[in-house]
Write a protein that binds this ligand. Sequence first.
Ligand SMILES: [Zn+2]
Length: 157
Amino acid sequence: MITDQDRKYLKRCVALAEEGLNKGNAPFGSLLVSDGRILFEDHNRNAAGDDTRHPEFEIARWAANHLNETERSTSVVYTSGEHCSMCASAHGLAGLGRIVYASSTEQLNAWHKDLGVAPGNLKGHRVHEIIVDAEVDGPDEKLSEEVRQLQYEYHSG
Ligand SMILES: [Zn+2]
């Protein structure tokens, strides 16, 4: 279940997605939260041509280098869009905890189809298909609409 507190962090993710979009990146933003503190945040950085520069992947790397096992497993990753299979794998390998997303992969796929965006090279697996015993919440009805608008802006831009 997404709480009001979760929604506060998800709003920050959407703001980061918009910040990324304004710099020419695909609109995705994510946060790493532990004990109510934001430890790390980032947005997608694919504008220069590297399509692996996803914020959730950066979070997994940062967490692996800065947090111990317990800290990682009890931290929460908030993100504007559900992890792709690369980021879900990194999340699982880093031993991170709960994931909360504003919009789902299913929604993103539907928007891309509507926009005529060619399907990518990934099969679009959901987080729970990648990570064992994943604790996942999302999407959020209102915030996913904001993410949809950013996606439409990026692809019709
Ligand atoms: Zn990803």
